[in-house]
Design a protein around this ligand. Structure first.
Ligand SMILES: [Zn+2]
Length: 296
């Protein structure tokens, strides 16, 4: 089997990339309100799905050692990439929370203009390794990084991204909250929607309303019928809503309804943590929310 590395290398894009779309740079936030969530961070390991069973770490290391074989490439014990489609990769990184690794999903999609990364790994150093891999293995310039909410599993590597001169995109709510946390905000912000393009795929980045956090956004790749749900979509098999310390449990179901409306033809749904599924991942999240509602 041809390795992802060689397949990726075939995609050389010497194009100075420009992102299509219309991010409204530095959208104005409404007048400041009292701090809604003060410095709470997702640190409780119970709240994350642990290493997905379909990706034993050993297998990832083996295929990396061999340099070929399999679709997973280890970039270290705490980071790997897995090819999930033509010019489409999952990146999965872990951070130790209460002595256990918490694994987190992001996406890389490449096209003639370059590659777009959806969410950074947890850490700056992991992000540097991922960007180096994209540079070497895919050979595409990274033309943008989308962050889907303000937590570290989505934008913990934003400093590294900015240091490399790569533009970042996120909700104005994410920018506002990042500033309050003392983190660099995404460079380009939007209220409802921004459209980006790799030259092959268009990315519909949209705000469906509050859920896992008040600022969570999702990314729809209509040509592929792939939905990158971020943390507002839970894995198909998980029994937990994840970290809900900053969730809006009341409005989360309606927000998921808006995701369904927009992305009802999704064939692949990538949750923020855990295994890839289909629309059943949204159904599972809705069920977990109903159960939580009944407990209250
Ligand atoms: Zn989060």
């Amino acid at each position: 089997m041809k390795s992802s590395l060689s397949r990726g290398a075939a995609l050389t894009c010497a194009v100075t990339a420009a992102i299509a779309g219309h991010a409204s740079g530095g959208a104005q936030a409404p007048p400041d309100r009292p701090l809604l969530f003060s410095g709470v961070r997702a640190r409780n390991s119970d709240l994350y799905v642990l290493a997905p069973s379909w990706q034993p770490a050993a297998a990832a290391s083996e295929s990396a050692a061999a340099g070929t074989g399999g679709d997973s490439i280890s970039l270290g014990d705490d980071l790997y990439v897995k090819r999930i489609g033509e010019n489409l990769w999952l990146h999965v990184s872990s951070r130790e929370l209460d002595g256990r690794p918490a694994w987190s999903n992001g996406v890389v999609v490449a096209g003639p203009r370059g590659a777009i990364v959806i969410d950074t790994p947890w850490e700056d150093e992991q992000t540097a390794r991922l960007l180096d891999w994209i540079d070497g293995a895919i050979g595409a310039p990274v033309i943008g990084v989308v962050v889907t909410h303000f937590h570290d599993d989505r934008m913990g590597g934003i400093r590294t991204v900015h240091a490399r001169g790569i533009p970042t995109y996120g909700s104005w709510l994410t920018a506002r909250r990042a500033k309050r946390e003392g983190d660099p905000p995404p460079m380009h912000t939007f209220r409802d929607h921004v459209g980006l393009s790799t030259g092959a795929d268009s990315l519909d980045v949209f705000y469906p309303g509050p859920g896992h956090t008040r600022d969570n956004v999702a990314v729809w790749l209509p040509q592929r019928r792939v939905l990158v749900g971020g943390c507002m979509v839970r894995g198909t098999r998980t029994r937990s809503l994840g970290f809900t310390g900053e969730a809006d449990l009341k409005r989360w179901p309606a927000s998921l309804g808006r995701v369904r409306e927009r992305c009802g033809t999704a064939e692949v749904v990538i949750p923020g943590h855990g295994a890839i599924g289909g629309l059943d991942a949204i159904a599972n999240t809705e069920r977990l929310l109903r159960e939580r509602g009944e407990e209250r």
